[in-house]
Design a protein around this ligand. Structure first.
Ligand SMILES: NC(=O)c1ccc[n+]([C@@H]2O[C@H](COP(=O)([O-])OP(=O)(O)OC[C@H]3O[C@@H](n4cnc5c(N)ncnc54)[C@H](OP(=O)(O)O)[C@@H]3O)[C@@H](O)[C@H]2O)c1
Length: 237
């Protein structure tokens, strides 16, 4: 029987993509899962797709007061995953500063806000989701790489501060999720196909690939201060 049975798990950003797949993977192992994000309708759709007794909570990680309110109950979680982000991107000279601040506020400061308030039992885990652009930068997504590097560094330092709570990060490569729904279907399929051709893994990542890495970190008592890169080989290609 999995040691996750009956564990309380919070997945922030659990209403879509990597977060939803992670929530589903924890639920399949018998954990009591709560998913949180901004949109009530996305949360309801994700909860019904996951099934079981998944709880939902509306939470915007960019809102200091709401984050404070959410964690005021002092609930102690077994495992917490932060996959929430909305990060406008582009070349540094073209991305307006306001959008750059917005991206950092969502993905980096959002994780930081949560991390400093969330309570996790000894031996439990906090996992941040970063991204491979920190290792393989792109001229068109300059800030994304910098945010991901900051998140990886944050996880490693928090592993020291929060001991014996374990803190880790998972760094995904290109993953087919609703993150890419802004592209028209043809451009999206072409991007996936071109990427698959280039990668040693010869395929595009799925949200479930990343969920596996998150569960590995949560279930492994010796994993702390680790960064797990799951990128299909993008950084060596
Ligand atoms: N997909 C990829 O190719 C890829 C690659 C590398 C790294 N990543 C990283 O992986 C993480 C998850 O990405 P994904 O592909 O799963 O994206 P996604 O499908 O767009 O999911 C993002 C999730 O974050 C939530 N969210 C966004 N802003 C939020 C906020 N301010 N407060 C609370 N929740 C918020 C969204 O729900 P609401 O809209 O309901 O708030 C949604 O549940 C992101 O950090 C992304 O940068 C993704």
């Amino acid at each position: 029987m999995s040691e996750l049975v009956g564990n309380s798990v919070l997945v922030i950003g659990g209403s879509s993509g990597i977060g939803q797949a992670t929530a589903a993977a924890f639920a399949a192992k018998g954990a009591k899962v709560t998913i949180a994000s901004r949109s009530r309708s996305k949360l309801d759709a994700a909860a019904s797709a996951i099934g079981g007794n998944v709880k939902t909570a509306v939470l915007d990680v960019t809102d200091d007061a709401k984050v404070q309110e959410f964690f005021a109950s002092n609930e102690v979680w077994d495992h917490v995953v932060i996959s929430a982000a909305q990060t406008p991107g582009g070349p540094a000279r073209q991305l307006p500063l306001a959008s750059a601040y917005e991206a950092m506020n969502s993905k980096f400061w959002g994780a930081y806000r949560v991390a400093r308030l969330v309570r996790i039992r000894d031996g439990g885990s906090l996992t941040l989701v970063s991204g491979y652009l920190s290792d393989r930068p792109r001229a068109t997504s300059v800030l994304q790489g910098a945010i991901n590097a900051a998140l990886d560094a944050l996880a490693r330092a928090l592993a020291l501060e929060f001991t014996p709570v374990r803190v880790n990060s998972v760094s995904p490569g290109l993953i087919a999720t609703p993150l890419w729904d802004g592209l028209d279907a043809e451009a999206r399929q072409k991007m996936y196909a071109d990427t698959a051709k280039r990668l040693p893994a010869a395929c595009v990542g799925q949200a479930e690939d990343i969920a596996r890495a998150v569960l590995f970190l949560a279930e492994t008592p010796f994993a702390s201060g680790s960064r797990v890169l799951v990128d299909g080989g993008a950084v060596i290609a």
